[in-house]
Design a protein around this ligand. Structure first.
Ligand SMILES: Cc1cc2nc3c(=O)[nH]c(=O)nc-3n(C[C@H](O)[C@H](O)[C@H](O)COP(=O)(O)OP(=O)(O)OC[C@H]3O[C@@H](n4cnc5c(N)ncnc54)[C@H](O)[C@@H]3O)c2cc1C
Length: 457
């Protein structure tokens, strides 16, 4: 039984905590804080909870997605967790951090993920057909408004980067894209095959398209650079490319190709403003701080492509309104443990040079691109423990009941989605799936979702 708001239970006092962002980190932080007896109000940009678990994880990973949805539903079933979806918080949004503060929550936890993407900063980056992997993934996972935008792909697609997200994008283009327009996906990597960062299991999804003959040619091309770095291609099957140990079934179209040791340098456009060529700088491998790094040479080459997706990492969103530096929110540099690499959960304002009291970041908002869902969950929970410790030391805030918060936000014209609405939406999507004879159905624009909720009420 959860205590009513601010009722005294022995020495325990119920406080109100705002959690901004309902991905894995936010949902599990909310659960931990609510299970300790506090009121939690979750504000989420998207109508649905889940963040990248809903809109990032590969669409056919049904089991994982369904399992996570069930866990999020359990969090939302807690009577002291309140959900306010379709509410984006930010400097130029209808709700700013300053306005949230005016509701006097005892603490605020920002679990907004890493909504920005590292940019290549190349001439020609504004060409049509050039996309950040985050946007492209949101598009094929049906996060509004991306499905209504142009993510057209052509026959030869350069995917820049060699991590799991790059392989997810290749997986989509080679296997599941309903347009089946792609003949070749070329993974462009600044380092060599031993520096591939994707998981072997993820590569199995694209294995059938892996052109081994072309790969051997590519290894021949870069052999001098690998030898100079003390690398022997014979070890690749045991390390990063186990597919090489399997019998070669012959190239299956569309093909997956690799171009190693090159970094994008310039994007060229055709008469319609679409990318038609990518100039790359050739690299060599050098050792730097015990790691194998790429070093640019003065040689360049051209790769003919009509689409480019860059998957080179994520950054925090600078427009949220938290202190920001070098692609990340600023966290307390003085927090224990005294490890320079340890990022604190407390947000730090460099202007007065002190911690923003009661303001925390968790998950990918704290460390962009840091690990899988399990890591984000753990980070949300550890951050929540920090918040709970803080709550012990502060007096009550004067946060109004959640109905009043909703009323105030609605008066600004916001169409807020609450827990009961999510149930309506789930019923509406199930009906659509049945009517269309599909295993599942997902609305891909906010207006359609809001209309379906209305109709179901
Ligand atoms: C392409 C891709 C594939 C992945 N595949 C896997 C996989 O197969 N298995 C796995 O375990 N992990 C996978 N991951 C990693 C996993 O998705 C992340 O570890 C996890 O989702 C991070 O959780 P988070 O809560 O920190 O951020 P997110 O999941 O990004 O959640 C952020 C939340 O904040 C909300 N938000 C953002 N901005 C605002 C704002 N201004 N105001 C209000 N709300 C806001 C969003 O709506 C969202 O709900 C994948 C990641 C990517 C990018």
């Amino acid at each position: 039984m959860v205590a009513p708001r601010r009722q005294r239970q022995g020495d325990f006092r119920v406080k109100t905590v705002f959690v901004v962002g309902a991905g894995p980190a936010g949902m599990f932080a909310a659960q931990k804080i609510a299970q300790a007896g506090h009121e939690v109000v979750v504000f989420n940009r998207d109508i649905k909870p889940g963040g990248l678990a809903e809109y990032g994880i590969y669409p056919t990973k049904d089991k994982m997605k369904t399992g996570l949805r069930k866990q999020f539903a359990k969090v939302l079933a807690l009577p002291n967790v309140h959900y306010l979806g379709h509410v984006q918080v930010g400097e130029s949004c209808p709700v700013s951090i300053k306005e949230l503060r005016e509701f006097s929550p005892a603490a605020m936890v920002f679990s907004v993920g890493a909504q920005g993407a590292k940019q290549l900063g190349l001439p020609g980056s504004d060409a049509r057909g050039v996309y950040s992997a985050k946007d492209f993934v949101y598009y094929y996972n049906q996060l509004p408004p991306y499905p209504s935008q142009d993510f057209s792909t052509g026959k030869r697609v350069a995917v820049v980067g060699m991590g799991n997200v790059a392989i997810d994008v290749a997986h989509w283009l080679l296997v599941d894209d309903p347009n089946h327009s792609t003949d070749e996906v070329i993974i462009i990597a600044r380092r060599g095959p031993f520096e591939a960062k994707f998981d072997k299991k993820e590569f199995e999804f694209v294995d059938a398209h892996f052109d081994r003959a072309a790969f051997q040619e590519e290894l021949k091309r870069i052999q001098p650079q690998m030898t100079a770095a003390g690398q022997d291609a014979a070890g690749l099957a045991q390390s990063t490319f186990p597919a090489l140990a399997k019998p070669d079934p012959g190239a299956c179209k569309p093909r997956l190709l690799f171009r190693f040791l090159c970094s994008p340098k310039a994007i060229h456009k055709d008469a319609n403003g679409r990318i038609n060529r990518l100039t790359v700088t050739e690299n060599i491998l050098v050792e730097r701080d015990g790691d194998v790094s790429a070093k640019a040479t003065d040689k360049t080459a051209d790769v003919e492509v009509d689409t480019m997706v860059f998957a080179i990492g994520d950054t925090a969103d600078p427009t949220l309104g938290l202190p920001y530096n070098k692609d990340a929110y600023i966290t307390n540099p003085n927090s224990p443990p005294n490890d320079p690499k340890h990022a604190s959960y407390e947000v730090f304002d460099p202007q007065p040079g002190r911690v923003m009291e009661g303001v925390y970041v968790v998950g990918w908002a704290r460390k962009a691109s840091e690990g899988l869902v399990g890591i984000a969950r753990h980070d949300g929970e550890v951050g929540a423990v920090e918040v709970l410790k803080y709550l012990e030391s502060v007096p009550d805030g004067n946060a109004p009941p959640v109905d009043q918060i909703i009323h105030k936000l609605k008066s600004k014209g916001l169409r807020i989605v609450v827990k009961a609405d999510l149930e309506c939406l789930a019923r509406a999507e199930e009906k659509q799936a049945r009517q269309r004879g599909l295993p599942w159905f997902k609305y891909s624009d906010d207006e359609a979702m809001l209309a379906a909720i209305e109709a179901e009420r």
